[in-house]
Design a protein around this ligand. Structure first.
Ligand code: SAM
Length: 197
């Protein structure tokens, strides 16, 4: 049968913690698959913010969300910003600080056929955004990061995220890793749950 995929594992951690009406953030919108997952999980009374630095990604995500609405789904408000996730703490409303149920990162490049694969997430902005996430999460909220050590630059970024997560104080959050040990280039997940008060 095999273990579940890294993306399914990230989704499971989030589904178990998000409730209808929650707030959620997609830190790397890409094609919008995770944005739609978050929107569906929190339902029409929730709210989602999404970040990406590529206009092509925002367009793909808008098309995906529009298609879901056209097919009869009722989604919550989704605000997609053409902006780095490093600015997320300043870009979401102040009222969101300390209230967000889940924040998803799926690092690397836009997974679409004609995308420019040289546009990838970068260690400095990814770590800055992960730091900001801890401030935005509510107690018991979760941040997930799917990491891709298999592409150039992705290995250093994954190692840096892993090192950062292992140094977060246990008074702030618990951090875990989900990784296949025999394939060093395979994607893996780091997740942090903010300490419950
Ligand atoms: N979650 C997406 C999906 O469901 O299709 C996949 C995300 S893709 C692996 C990574 C995305 O991160 C790319 O679309 C890329 O443009 C975006 N990205 C790169 N640097 C970024 C940054 N500093 N802030 C926000 N997004 C960034």
């Amino acid at each position: 049968m095999g273990f579940m995929s890294v993306l399914s594992f990230a989704h499971k951690l989030i589904t178990e913690r998000l409730a209808p009406g929650d707030r959620a953030i997609d830190a790397t919108v890409g094609t919008g698959a995770d944005t739609l997952f978050l929107a569906r999980t929190i339902g029409p009374r929730g709210e989602v913010y999404g970040f990406d630095i590529q206009a092509a990604a925002i367009t793909l995500a808008e098309e995906r969300l529009d298609a879901a609405v056209t097919s009869g789904e009722t989604l919550p408000p989704v605000t997609l910003l053409l902006e780095s996730h490093a600015a997320m703490a300043q870009s979401v409303p102040l009222s969101w600080h300390g209230t967000v149920g889940a924040i998803m990162f799926n690092l690397g490049y836009l997974p679409s056929g004609d995308a420019d694969k040289s546009i990838i997430t970068r260690t400095d902005s990814s770590i800055a955004a992960l730091e900001a996430s801890l401030q935005l999460l509510r107690p018991g909220g979760v941040v997930t990061a799917v990491l891709y050590p298999g592409h150039e630059g992705g290995d250093q970024e994954a190692a840096a995220v892993e090192a950062w997560a292992s140094k977060v104080s246990t008074q702030v959050a618990q951090s875990i890793i989900y990784r296949q040990l025999q394939r060093s280039a395979a994607p893996y997940v780091i997740a942090l749950e903010k300490k419950r008060s």
